[in-house]
Ligand binder design. Structure first.
Ligand code: ADP
Ligand code: MG
Length: 398
């Protein structure tokens, strides 16, 4: 690790969490879980998994661990935080699709979003690929067979023209598809009509409107699911291992979705991910241990006795216990070591192992759910202070 990277790590650890790309380096314990998760990434099959742990026990950390590991293994990954209050509702598959697009990440590429993904796909499709034909040549019936979502084909084909305004429009459309239900004409004009010099699409405009081709929320969000499948398909076609979606804060569906019919719809979407037919990639969901019980309560309170609770109970889950003191100490040792890199000092010379252990024990014994995070920030704080003293007393300096 170079100085700049180490500096970035320490800055992030001051707030209690390791930075992106260094999650694995700052991961301790969880040997079984990690071994098992790595195995899951090795098979190409789709699957869904609930990661269960209490607040502060490392769900987000583990999801980000999976993200790093998956990117390294050549998957496209989208990390999505469910939040009904800011427009990421799990009953609304159009919002979920949009969030997946916004957070899309690609191996060895800075940044995230649709732009990264489409550019990667276009760069890596070989000319012999039938998708390449579909987006570069005139429209034929067969082209619709390749994509499950006609909107995805239209978007990728228009993207491929390299017209910058068109790209902005496509980003805005996929990031906020619900805003475009009343702008079908504009989408037709900008993405098809005006681009006739690049490709020809003989279908008249009314056909697009009649068939709801620009619409992501009709017929049970049919096209939102189809577009998710296409993202996975495009990832595979461009040489990646597929698309993995990580859903954090999944409890949100019980806490922030106020209407029972919305909650039920959200549970059905969860089942669909488990069933794997609607989306063939891998998905992970972070929930607290009482998730099942809370769901049951929420539905019971609203008198939904006929809902199949057993289905919720049967979902494959992974329970994680909190980190032990030994593991937290191991983490503290890593922080100690990294702290020396950007500031050119020798923290282990000033802070002895015994002292560090004491510090960890003090912080980690606090009866607070976020004790790991609290310990991390404390360790960095003490190191920062010791470094200041060291600097003050350094001989021969100005
Ligand atoms: N296996 C682990 N190794 C190192 N640090 C971890 C591990 N699991 C969690 N942490 C740290 O513990 C703190 C709480 O974890 P977090 O993932 O935010 O919990 P949750 O999402 O379950 O509330 C964070 O500072 C995180 O970096
Ligand atoms: Mg979390």
């Amino acid at each position: 690790m170079n100085k700049r990277e180490a500096q970035r790590c320490i800055e992030s650890l001051r707030k209690g969490i390791p930075p992106d790309k260094f999650i694995r380096l700052f991961t301790v314990g969880r040997k079984n879980e990690i071994g098992d998760l790595k195995m899951r990434l090795e098979t190409g099959e789709g699957a869904a998994l609930l990661l269960k742990a209490n607040y502060g026990s490392g769900k987000t950390h583990l999801l980000k661990f999976i993200k790093e590991e998956a990117l390294e293994r050549g998957y496209a990954v989208s990390y999505v935080v469910i939040d009904a209050n800011s427009g990421v509702r799990f009953n609304r598959m159009d919002q979920i699709f949009a969030a997946v697009c916004r957070n899309m990440e690609i191996p060895n590429t800075e940044g995230k979003g649709l732009r990264c993904f489409f550019e990667f796909v276009i760069k890596n499709l070989t000319e012999s690929h039938q998708i390449y034909d579909a987006i570069t040549q005139d429209w034929h019936w067969e082209h619709d067979e390749i994509f499950d979502s006609p909107a995805m084909m239209i978007a990728l084909r228009a993207w491929n023209t390299n017209v910058e305004e068109v790209r902005y429009l496509i980003e805005d459309w996929f990031y906020n598809p619900w805003n475009y239900n009343s702008q079908r004409k504009r989408l037709y004009t900008e993405l098809i009509g005006r681009l006739q010099s690049y490709f020809r699409d003989q279908r008249p405009d009314w056909k697009f409107y009649n068939e709801g081709i620009f619409n992501f929320n009709s017929k049970g969000y049919e096209q939102s699911w189809a577009a998710l499948r296409d993202l996975h398909m495009l990832a595979l076609a461009s040489g990646l291992e597929g698309l993995i979606i990580l859903f954090d804060e999944f409890e949100d569906v019980i806490i922030n979705l106020k209407r029972v019919d919305y909650q039920e719809a959200a549970f059905w979407n969860l089942f669909k991910f488990y069933r794997g037919k609607e989306f063939p990639g891998k998905t992970f969901f972070a929930v607290t241990p009482d998730f099942y019980e809370k769901c049951r309560q929420a539905l019971m309170n609203k008198k939904r006795y006929d809902f199949d609770y057993e289905m919720l109970k049967r979902l494959p889950t992974y329970e994680m216990s909190p980190l032990g003191i030994e593991e937290i100490e191991e983490l503290a040792m890593k922080i100690l070591f990294i702290h020396g890199i950007p500031y050119d000092w020798e923290p282990d010379y000033v802070m002895k192992a015994k002292q560090l252990r004491h510090l960890v024990e003090m912080a980690a014994s606090k009866p607070r759910p976020d004790r790991v995070r609290y310990t991390i920030t404390n360790v960095v704080k003490v190191l920062d202070r010791l470094f200041e003293d060291w600097n003050e007393n350094a001989p021969g300096e100005l």
